[in-house]
Design a protein around this ligand. Structure first.
Ligand code: NDP
Length: 216
């Protein structure tokens, strides 16, 4: 029996690309979204639709999901991974960097969620994984605008989980610490980037498990 469709936003590098490789190796058809189409296609994964989509473009996200569903059937899993981390201080960080993070990390996540959620609720099945951050649980120096977006991801995930718990749709929040990806490279302040390198080491801090129907 063919495996169901998985959508991954921000699959052109880092965590999204690694997730795409893993889930493809388990036999799932994929819809991969990012702005760098060449990087999506370079993954060379079978049964995979790659689309150049900016997650801040709601119509484009919706169209890509519909196209993939026509080809592979309903979306069973959405990994809301696309994100930007532009570190800086509120006093002097370029304001457009706040706008970009809010648009991508918060609105982009909502747009992709809306594209798949009604179908999942109707079918009474499906999973949405939102990539939050330790910066969605606590604050860090030079992270103010970024933690704002990631606290929003955690809050929206929890509220959505409560909203759909009784329907059988699962909502999962994953909160990584510092991971070696391209994420930090987009920060414009060189000193903040150097200080950040000190954090690279992994531990699983907390796992919260419960039945899908348990709202609280
Ligand atoms: P990368 O920078 O390597 O990957 C980010 C991905 O998001 C890229 O594929 C990028 O694709 C995509 N993306 C960015 N903007 C857009 C956009 N407007 N539309 C569509 N796709 C977009 O970083 P990570 O893999 O580290 O980040 C993945 C997620 O993990 C993010 O949400 C991040 O906040 C989170 N995270 C990462 C941590 C880390 O230490 N690395 C720690 C905690 C959380 P493209 O540029 O081609 O559009």
């Amino acid at each position: 029996m063919p495996k169901p469709l998985i959508v991954i936003t921000g699959a052109s590098s880092g965590i999204g690309a690694a997730t795409a490789r893993l889930l493809s190796s388990r036999g799932h058809p994929l819809l991969l979204l990012a702005r760098r189409l060449d990087r999506l296609e370079a993954l060379g994964l079978p049964d995979t639709l790659c689309r150049k989509v900016d997650v801040t473009d709601r119509a484009a996200v919706e169209a890509a999901v519909r196209e993939a569903e026509e080809r592979y059937g309903p979306v069973d899993l959405l990994v809301n991974n696309a994100g930007a981390m532009l570190l800086g201080r509120i006093a002097d960080q370029p304001v457009d960097e706040w706008e970009r993070m809010l648009d991508i990390n918060v609105k982009g996540l909502l747009y992709a969620t809306r594209a798949v959620l009604p179908g999942m609720v109707e079918r009474g099945a499906g999973t949405i994984v939102n990539i939050g951050s330790v910066a969605g649980r606590k604050t860090f120096p030079n992270h103010a605008a970024y933690v704002g977006t990631k606290f929003a991801v955690h809050a929206m995930s929890e509220n959505l989980r409560e909203e759909v718990a009784a329907t059988g749709v699962r909502v999962v929040t994953v909160a990584p610490g510092a991971v070696e990806t391209e994420l930090l490279s987009h920060t414009s302040d060189e000193r903040i980037k150097t200080d950040y390198q000190a954090w690279k080491h992994v531990t699983v801090r907390e796992i919260v498990l419960a039945s899908t129907g348990q709202e609280s």
